[in-house]
Write a protein that binds this ligand. Structure first.
Ligand code: ADP
Ligand code: C5P
Ligand code: MG
Length: 207
Protein backbone atom coordinates (compact mmCIF):
# COMPACT_ATOMS: atom_id res chain seq x y z
CA UNK A 1 0.00 0.00 0.00
CA UNK A 2 2.75 2.39 1.04
CA UNK A 3 4.81 1.32 -1.97
CA UNK A 4 1.88 2.07 -4.29
CA UNK A 5 1.45 5.47 -2.69
CA UNK A 6 5.13 6.30 -3.14
CA UNK A 7 5.00 5.18 -6.76
CA UNK A 8 1.97 7.38 -7.40
CA UNK A 9 3.68 10.38 -5.80
CA UNK A 10 6.82 9.77 -7.84
CA UNK A 11 4.81 9.47 -11.05
CA UNK A 12 2.98 12.70 -10.35
CA UNK A 13 6.21 14.55 -9.49
CA UNK A 14 7.84 13.29 -12.70
CA UNK A 15 4.88 14.39 -14.81
CA UNK A 16 4.89 17.84 -13.18
CA UNK A 17 8.62 18.28 -13.77
CA UNK A 18 8.26 17.19 -17.38
CA UNK A 19 5.45 19.59 -18.12
CA UNK A 20 7.08 22.61 -16.51
CA UNK A 21 8.29 25.51 -18.66
CA UNK A 22 12.04 26.17 -18.80
CA UNK A 23 12.78 29.82 -18.20
CA UNK A 24 15.85 32.01 -18.54
CA UNK A 25 15.39 35.48 -17.10
CA UNK A 26 17.25 38.18 -19.03
CA UNK A 27 18.19 41.28 -17.04
CA UNK A 28 20.35 44.39 -17.43
CA UNK A 29 19.94 48.16 -17.58
CA UNK A 30 17.79 49.92 -20.17
CA UNK A 31 19.55 49.68 -23.52
CA UNK A 32 22.05 47.07 -22.29
CA UNK A 33 21.19 44.93 -25.34
CA UNK A 34 18.74 42.39 -23.88
CA UNK A 35 16.40 42.40 -26.88
CA UNK A 36 19.27 42.32 -29.39
CA UNK A 37 20.89 39.31 -27.76
CA UNK A 38 17.56 37.51 -27.21
CA UNK A 39 16.93 37.70 -30.95
CA UNK A 40 20.27 35.99 -31.59
CA UNK A 41 19.55 33.31 -28.98
CA UNK A 42 16.19 32.60 -30.63
CA UNK A 43 17.92 32.12 -34.00
CA UNK A 44 20.65 29.84 -32.70
CA UNK A 45 19.08 28.02 -29.76
CA UNK A 46 15.35 28.02 -30.57
CA UNK A 47 13.98 29.66 -27.44
CA UNK A 48 10.81 31.74 -27.45
CA UNK A 49 11.57 35.37 -26.60
CA UNK A 50 9.06 37.16 -24.39
CA UNK A 51 9.87 40.74 -23.51
CA UNK A 52 7.82 42.00 -20.57
CA UNK A 53 8.19 45.54 -21.94
CA UNK A 54 6.92 44.50 -25.40
CA UNK A 55 3.93 42.70 -23.86
CA UNK A 56 3.10 45.79 -21.79
CA UNK A 57 3.43 48.05 -24.83
CA UNK A 58 1.05 45.77 -26.77
CA UNK A 59 -1.44 45.90 -23.89
CA UNK A 60 -1.11 49.69 -23.76
CA UNK A 61 -2.10 49.88 -27.43
CA UNK A 62 -5.57 48.57 -26.52
CA UNK A 63 -6.46 51.87 -24.78
CA UNK A 64 -8.62 52.27 -21.67
CA UNK A 65 -7.75 52.58 -17.97
CA UNK A 66 -5.27 49.74 -17.91
CA UNK A 67 -3.49 51.19 -20.96
CA UNK A 68 -3.24 54.59 -19.26
CA UNK A 69 -1.83 53.05 -16.11
CA UNK A 70 0.79 51.18 -18.13
CA UNK A 71 1.75 54.29 -20.11
CA UNK A 72 2.20 56.24 -16.85
CA UNK A 73 4.66 53.65 -15.59
CA UNK A 74 6.51 53.40 -18.89
CA UNK A 75 7.03 57.17 -19.17
CA UNK A 76 8.20 57.39 -15.56
CA UNK A 77 10.37 54.31 -15.78
CA UNK A 78 8.50 52.76 -12.86
CA UNK A 79 7.23 49.21 -12.60
CA UNK A 80 3.73 48.04 -13.53
CA UNK A 81 2.02 45.89 -10.84
CA UNK A 82 3.08 42.28 -11.18
CA UNK A 83 -0.48 40.92 -11.54
CA UNK A 84 -0.66 42.63 -14.94
CA UNK A 85 2.81 41.67 -16.17
CA UNK A 86 2.79 38.11 -14.87
CA UNK A 87 -0.61 37.42 -16.40
CA UNK A 88 0.64 38.68 -19.79
CA UNK A 89 3.72 36.46 -19.51
CA UNK A 90 1.77 33.40 -18.41
CA UNK A 91 -0.76 33.80 -21.18
CA UNK A 92 1.96 34.23 -23.82
CA UNK A 93 3.80 31.15 -22.52
CA UNK A 94 0.69 28.99 -22.54
CA UNK A 95 -0.46 30.22 -25.97
CA UNK A 96 2.94 29.57 -27.56
CA UNK A 97 2.68 25.81 -26.92
CA UNK A 98 6.49 25.82 -26.52
CA UNK A 99 8.67 24.92 -23.57
CA UNK A 100 11.82 27.08 -23.51
CA UNK A 101 11.50 30.79 -22.83
CA UNK A 102 13.71 33.84 -22.56
CA UNK A 103 11.86 36.21 -20.29
CA UNK A 104 13.39 39.59 -20.99
CA UNK A 105 13.10 42.49 -18.54
CA UNK A 106 11.51 40.54 -15.72
CA UNK A 107 11.62 40.29 -12.69
CA UNK A 108 12.50 43.96 -12.31
CA UNK A 109 11.76 44.39 -8.58
CA UNK A 110 10.87 42.40 -5.46
CA UNK A 111 7.14 42.57 -6.19
CA UNK A 112 7.78 41.13 -9.69
CA UNK A 113 9.81 38.32 -8.17
CA UNK A 114 7.37 37.39 -5.40
CA UNK A 115 4.41 37.64 -7.81
CA UNK A 116 6.18 35.30 -10.20
CA UNK A 117 6.99 32.84 -7.41
CA UNK A 118 3.38 32.80 -6.26
CA UNK A 119 1.92 32.36 -9.72
CA UNK A 120 4.58 30.45 -11.64
CA UNK A 121 6.75 28.39 -9.28
CA UNK A 122 4.65 25.28 -9.94
CA UNK A 123 4.54 25.94 -13.69
CA UNK A 124 8.10 27.00 -14.54
CA UNK A 125 11.71 26.27 -13.64
CA UNK A 126 14.08 29.23 -13.69
CA UNK A 127 17.25 27.70 -15.13
CA UNK A 128 19.47 30.80 -14.79
CA UNK A 129 19.57 34.57 -15.14
CA UNK A 130 21.44 36.09 -18.05
CA UNK A 131 22.73 39.45 -16.88
CA UNK A 132 23.97 42.03 -19.37
CA UNK A 133 26.29 44.33 -17.49
CA UNK A 134 26.55 47.74 -19.16
CA UNK A 135 27.77 51.11 -17.82
CA UNK A 136 25.07 53.71 -17.22
CA UNK A 137 26.30 56.26 -19.74
CA UNK A 138 26.48 53.62 -22.47
CA UNK A 139 22.87 52.64 -21.63
CA UNK A 140 21.74 56.26 -21.92
CA UNK A 141 23.58 56.71 -25.23
CA UNK A 142 22.03 53.55 -26.68
CA UNK A 143 18.47 54.44 -25.58
CA UNK A 144 18.71 57.95 -27.01
CA UNK A 145 20.01 56.53 -30.30
CA UNK A 146 17.27 53.88 -30.34
CA UNK A 147 14.76 56.71 -29.78
CA UNK A 148 15.60 58.13 -33.22
CA UNK A 149 13.67 55.23 -34.78
CA UNK A 150 11.86 53.24 -32.04
CA UNK A 151 8.90 55.56 -31.49
CA UNK A 152 9.09 54.61 -27.78
CA UNK A 153 7.81 57.28 -25.39
CA UNK A 154 10.59 56.38 -22.92
CA UNK A 155 13.59 56.48 -25.28
CA UNK A 156 14.52 60.04 -24.33
CA UNK A 157 17.14 61.18 -21.85
CA UNK A 158 14.63 62.09 -19.08
CA UNK A 159 12.79 58.75 -19.07
CA UNK A 160 15.99 56.79 -19.53
CA UNK A 161 17.57 58.42 -16.45
CA UNK A 162 14.43 57.52 -14.45
CA UNK A 163 14.63 53.93 -15.71
CA UNK A 164 18.24 53.80 -14.58
CA UNK A 165 17.22 54.94 -11.09
CA UNK A 166 14.61 52.13 -10.99
CA UNK A 167 17.23 49.70 -12.24
CA UNK A 168 19.76 50.77 -9.57
CA UNK A 169 17.30 50.83 -6.69
CA UNK A 170 15.16 47.78 -7.53
CA UNK A 171 16.53 45.48 -10.23
CA UNK A 172 20.11 45.17 -9.00
CA UNK A 173 18.75 43.63 -5.76
CA UNK A 174 17.01 40.95 -7.81
CA UNK A 175 20.24 40.19 -9.67
CA UNK A 176 22.07 40.02 -6.32
CA UNK A 177 19.43 37.62 -5.01
CA UNK A 178 19.81 35.22 -7.94
CA UNK A 179 23.59 35.63 -7.75
CA UNK A 180 23.51 34.42 -4.15
CA UNK A 181 21.75 31.30 -5.46
CA UNK A 182 24.54 30.80 -8.04
CA UNK A 183 22.13 31.40 -10.92
CA UNK A 184 23.56 34.53 -12.55
CA UNK A 185 25.53 34.36 -15.81
CA UNK A 186 27.10 37.79 -16.12
CA UNK A 187 28.11 39.09 -19.55
CA UNK A 188 30.04 42.26 -20.36
CA UNK A 189 27.57 44.09 -22.60
CA UNK A 190 29.83 47.07 -23.31
CA UNK A 191 31.32 45.58 -26.44
CA UNK A 192 30.28 44.96 -30.00
CA UNK A 193 27.00 42.95 -30.19
CA UNK A 194 28.68 40.02 -31.98
CA UNK A 195 31.36 39.83 -29.30
CA UNK A 196 28.66 39.89 -26.62
CA UNK A 197 26.95 37.03 -28.40
CA UNK A 198 30.15 34.95 -28.41
CA UNK A 199 29.96 35.00 -24.60
CA UNK A 200 26.23 34.32 -24.65
CA UNK A 201 26.83 31.33 -26.91
CA UNK A 202 29.31 29.89 -24.39
CA UNK A 203 26.66 30.09 -21.68
CA UNK A 204 23.97 28.37 -23.75
CA UNK A 205 26.38 25.79 -25.18
CA UNK A 206 27.24 24.66 -21.64
CA UNK A 207 23.61 23.71 -21.10
P1 ADP B 1 17.40 46.49 -24.22
O1 ADP B 1 16.41 45.48 -24.74
O2 ADP B 1 18.31 45.97 -23.18
O3 ADP B 1 16.77 47.78 -23.80
P2 ADP B 1 18.24 46.67 -27.02
O4 ADP B 1 18.65 45.30 -27.42
O5 ADP B 1 16.94 47.17 -27.52
O6 ADP B 1 18.37 46.86 -25.44
O7 ADP B 1 19.40 47.63 -27.49
C1 ADP B 1 19.33 49.05 -27.24
C2 ADP B 1 19.92 49.81 -28.44
O8 ADP B 1 21.32 49.59 -28.48
C3 ADP B 1 19.37 49.33 -29.78
O9 ADP B 1 19.28 50.44 -30.65
C4 ADP B 1 20.43 48.33 -30.26
O10 ADP B 1 20.51 48.29 -31.68
C5 ADP B 1 21.71 48.88 -29.67
N1 ADP B 1 22.66 47.86 -29.26
C6 ADP B 1 22.36 46.62 -28.78
N2 ADP B 1 23.48 45.96 -28.46
C7 ADP B 1 24.53 46.81 -28.71
C8 ADP B 1 25.95 46.71 -28.57
N3 ADP B 1 26.52 45.62 -28.10
N4 ADP B 1 26.69 47.78 -28.91
C9 ADP B 1 26.09 48.92 -29.37
N5 ADP B 1 24.77 49.08 -29.54
C10 ADP B 1 23.97 48.04 -29.22
O1 C5P C 1 12.27 46.22 -20.83
P1 C5P C 1 11.78 47.47 -21.45
O2 C5P C 1 12.85 48.53 -21.58
O3 C5P C 1 11.07 47.24 -22.76
O4 C5P C 1 10.70 48.04 -20.43
C1 C5P C 1 10.07 49.27 -20.68
C2 C5P C 1 9.22 49.67 -19.50
O5 C5P C 1 8.16 48.73 -19.30
C3 C5P C 1 9.93 49.74 -18.16
O6 C5P C 1 10.69 50.93 -17.99
C4 C5P C 1 8.72 49.69 -17.20
O7 C5P C 1 8.03 50.90 -17.11
C5 C5P C 1 7.84 48.66 -17.93
N1 C5P C 1 8.10 47.31 -17.40
C6 C5P C 1 7.51 46.96 -16.18
N2 C5P C 1 7.76 45.73 -15.64
C7 C5P C 1 8.57 44.87 -16.25
C8 C5P C 1 9.17 45.19 -17.49
C9 C5P C 1 8.92 46.44 -18.03
O8 C5P C 1 6.78 47.75 -15.60
N3 C5P C 1 8.82 43.69 -15.67
MG1 MG D 1 14.27 45.56 -24.73
Amino acid sequence: MLFKHILQRLFKATLTAMSKFNVVFVLGGPGAGKGTQCQKIVEEFGYVHLSAGDLLRAERAKEGELAEMIEGHIRNGTIVPVEVTCQLLRRAMQESCKNDFLIDGFPRNEENMSGWQKEMDDKADVKFVLFFDCPEEECVKRCIKRGLTSGRTDDNEGSTRKRIVTYNTSTTKIIDHYNSLGLVRKINAAQDADKVFMKVREVFSQR
